[in-house]
Design a protein around this ligand. Sequence first.
Ligand SMILES: [Fe+2]
Length: 364
Amino acid sequence: MSQDLAIPTVDLDDLRADVPRRDAARAAIREGFGAYGLVYVRGHGIAPESLDAFYDAFTRFTAQPEAAKRPFARPDIWYQRGWTPPNTEQAVAGGGQPDFKECYFAAAMPLDPECKTEHPEICADNVWPDDPRFAEVYTAMGRALHGVGQELLRGAALALGLAEDTFTSRIDGAPHVTRALRYIPLTPEQVEHGVLWGEEHTDFNLLTLLPGGRFIDPSGQRCPPPDPDSGLYLRTRATAAHPAGRKVRGAAPPGCLVAQVGQQWEILTGGTFQATPHVITAPKSPGYARLSSAHFVHLHPHQVLTPLGPFRTAETVRAYSPPVLAGTYDLKTLVDIALAPASALHSLGYRHYDRLAEQRSLPR
Ligand SMILES: [Fe+2]
């Protein structure tokens, strides 16, 4: 499936090389993010052992009884740090079915202190389990993936004929977050009812790096995909021949990461790059789990989400209006996916009407 669609692979070494390798890599970025919303990435420098250590630490955490994990579940900070229990997050297109997964969120990169005041939930301090290795391997993985993201953002800017720092200058201090996920084994009844692990959605951030997941068999051992249909699927851009897009298995070549376009990048490029809808389908056999992870590169919360100069036409401006600050967009999306309470939307900007009411109530 993915083979016949020829999703490009970008080697980061080629991006650093001379012409013509460099130009070929930029063309692959332009084609991959433009036509498919994703590229496979080689030459990223992340050793398989680092990823194993990351998943091992996460598995030690998830293997604990729920009572031990519950203190790390933080609805007060919209689950943006620590443990997200199963059946919490809900895709916008999900029709009310929460995702059957548990996750851990942490920030590996330093945050703009001002944004911590403005967005205390999205920019909350990390919460770490007692496991001494957890924070170390988690932070190392997040930083490595972030570095890959920065290289792709620079390469993509040049591929689009923009200044090299067009995108990277907009991300310093942003609430980038690294997430580990465990899709929960299904019961025979859930398999029969076609319960999904994660409903189809597009990521709301700028760029997502996916270093690759693992299936775990009912005995707890890593295993190959239990059936050919389970795992990550992507939906390609609509074309005249395929107006609903095409479902493509997101199986990167061995050793490659997947990098995919999020909504914020689609907006900045006026749709030249398109956010990729993706879905996680569960195996048709009960009892299997899947570990997965993602690093979400975000725009700085003060950035305005509107097509950048070269991408501004009456059509693109209309398509992505009204403009909104990236931090506000994050907040609104977290409400949409049921991680933040709807009341968060009522506390944007000015909220001092009660001051006048109080003054009016006083004797003059
Ligand atoms: Fe996603």
